[in-house]
Ligand binder design. Structure first.
Ligand code: AGP
Length: 610
């Protein structure tokens, strides 16, 4: 949610910052801006509403030069998307700031600063911070002390980067609740809210911790922790391929990421499986002792990651025989809950920075859970650093706002985890071997589904002029239906609802008519006969059915029934494979409708505010 990038160098930085913003645009894209400390000692600011490209065009005209600068791409929280609300914000002509997150007490600070004589030109909470730091700077003449003093007054979650023309050789940054990373260069240093922004200029990073304040100079980075003690943060190297932020031959990141799934699912399995077993040690040296006494699993996540958690519940209860609860983080964190003894707290997140998921984890640490396990895709993210045990998915950076490869790699990691947990709870080795073999088949099966792309594209035409749609599934395919509906609504803006098929006659059947496409994921499993009756209920009401099923299902193409044949898969791994055709369907509907596939309206990739 919003992206920050900054540089202190000996070379011109505007082009570096602009490329950083392009790479961060997935985080927010309603306006973008940059402030550069010019050679004449003045601050030059450029801000534009819309995407980073609009800022690039403005910069072509103004052509700023300078070796110190900060930049931002915004997803509006306080104040509409507009030029005055875009970052960087300034206090007078000498201080510029960029900010991610939310300042909760900004109204009272605003009133106080107005009394001090500061004038406000925006509706943002960020401008309040700019004036507050300037007010402190006027007393100390030192940017670092000014930021320290100002931050002590702020309530909320934020990452800030500040520069001052009267303290010109450094950027001062701080984080509380929003991610911030320092990129370490040679004779230059950088900051960003995501390391992806800085990959063209460095592959060495220091992750700031909660409450850290840092001073970034050309040759040095100095860090103080939340207790104002000098702190060292280890430098780590970025491991993913450098081309992760390029679309390559694909028209959209989403399509590229859908097609990457066979490879990244394979990568997520690598080193964790033999031909017949899960290598428990590969989940961490502590994994064995942590999993041994677990009697209950509490899963917490948001959005797509929550759907992955819902699938995992079916697996955990079926294979490990352990009760499992799943809840969205935004609900869980604000209600009273009872923690059963020996409960594992399991968070799932692509970004590892989702505010609600992180808040739930922090609460859980106080609440008496046995241990906190995270399934996450971003190394070094807050969730990874704050959990006892981590299973990394190997999806690589996911740029499309609609989550695709993150979901299927989460499912892969969750199934591996389930098998490890189940072994402590009596899963016999034959059953484990059967599922491991099935899992090893998944990359090939996903590849087969990808080859159906042309046919799925043809099917997608039937959705173009529709306003509503219904997705049905039973058992572990119900969360797959939920995920399919989420994909369709978020990128094509068609209203899509998912139901367990058995719930149809309890209400949603009333919606079904010829204008309502009904999508069903129907692998041949124990619930097939029941599902068939549900489909008949839809047909009898004139509904148009789109069924993804395998050859054994006995479902055939008929009037108003379109059947897309999916390879035969093991019932346990079916949720992973059946997700893929639904991703392709949503993608093609969105392309036909001409929506912004990678950056759908009103959304941002990483939801680091509540
Ligand atoms: C789905 O396509 C969305 N990107 C969204 O629902 C996402 O899964 C959710 O915001 C959670 O994000 P996380 O996995 O990074 O925590």
């Amino acid at each position: 949610m919003c992206g920050i990038v900054g540089a202190v160098s000996q070379r011109d930085v505007p082009a570096i910052l602009l490329e950083g913003l392009r790479r961060l645009e997935y985080r927010g894209y309603d306006s973008a801006g940059m402030a550069i400390l010019g050679d004449d000692g003045s601050l030059q600011r450029e801000r534009e509403v819309g995407k980073v490209q609009a800022l690039a065009q403005a910069l072509e005209k103004s052509d700023p030069h300078g070796v110190v600068g900060i930049a931002h791409t915004r997803w509006a929280t306080h104040g509409v998307p507009s030029q005055v609300n875009a970052h960087p914000h300034m206090s007078g002509e000498r201080l510029a700031i960029v900010h991610n997150g939310i300042i909760e007490n900004y109204q009272s600070l605003r009133e106080r600063l107005k009394d001090e004589g500061f004038e406000f030109s925006s509706q943002t909470d960020t401008e309040v911070v700019a004036h507050l730091i300037e007010s402190c700077f006027r007393q100390s003449g030192d940017l670092l002390s000014a930021v320290k003093a100002a931050v002590a007054e702020l309530h909320g979650a934020f990452a800030l980067a500040v520069m001052h023309a009267d303290d010109p050789d450094r950027i001062v940054v701080t984080r509380r609740g929003s991610p911030l990373v320092v990129g370490v260069g040679i004779g230059e240093n950088f900051i960003a809210s995501d390391q992806l922004a800085l990959l063209p200029v460095t592959d060495r990073f220091m992750f700031l911790e909660e409450g850290d304040i840092a001073e970034i100079r050309r040759d040095t980075v100095r860090i103080w922790d939340a207790d104002e003690q000098v702190a060292e943060r280890p430098v780590s190297r970025f491991e993913h391929a450098i081309d992760s932020a390029d679309k390559g031959e694909y028209r959209h990141f989403m399509l590229k990421e859908i097609h990457e799934q066979p490879r990244v699912i394979q990568a997520t399995m690598e080193g964790r499986l033999t031909d017949s077993r899960v290598l428990e040690q590969s989940l961490g040296t502590e994994a064995g002792s942590l999993l041994a006494g677990i009697r209950h699993v509490q899963i917490i996540a948001c959005g797509t990651s929550y759907h992955a958690g819902m699938v995992a519940r079916y697996w955990i209860e079926e294979l490990a025989g352990i009760p499992c609860s799943v809840e969205v983080a935004s609900e869980y964190r604000y209600r009273h809950h009872v923690v059963q003894p020996d409960t594992l707290f399991l968070t799932i997140s692509q970004s590892g920075e989702t505010a609600d998921t992180l808040a739930a984890l922090r609460q859980a640490k106080e609440a008496g859970f046995r241990a906190a396990l995270a399934v996450c895709n971003v190394p070094g993210s807050s969730l990874v650093r704050e959990s006892d045990l981590v299973i990394m998915t190997q999806a690589g950076p996911e740029i499309g706002v609609a989550s695709t490869k993150a979901f299927t790699t989460q499912l892969t990691a969750l199934l591996i985890f389930t098998l490890a947990l189940a072994r402590h709870n009596g899963l016999d080795s034959e059953k484990e071997a059967d599922i491991v073999r099935a899992l090893r088949e998944v990359p090939r099966q996903v590849d087969q589904v990808l080859s159906l792309d042309g046919r799925i594209e043809s099917l997608s035409r039937a959705f173009m002029d529709k306003s509503h749609s219904l997705f049905l599934g039973r058992g572990a395919m119900f969360p797959v239906a939920l995920e399919g509906a989420l994909k369709l609504k978020e990128i094509s803006y068609i209203h899509a609802e998912a139901y367990p098929a058995g719930e149809l006659k309890h209400g949603p059947l009333a919606l079904v008519d010829s204008e309502m496409p009904v999508v069903t994921v129907a692998p041949n499993n124990a619930l097939m006969e029941k599902l068939k009756s549900n489909l008949e209920e839809v047909r009898a009401r004139g509904g148009e059915l789109f069924v993804f099923a395998d050859g054994q299902s006995g479902l055939h193409e008929e009037d108003h029934v379109h059947v897309m044949s999916i390879p035969e898969v093991h019932p346990i791994t079916a949720p992973i494979v059946y997700t893929v055709p639904l991703q392709l369907l949503s993608y093609h509907v969105a392309v036909l409708k001409g929506t912004d596939v990678d950056q759908p309206r009103n959304l941002a990739k990483s939801v680091t505010v509540e």
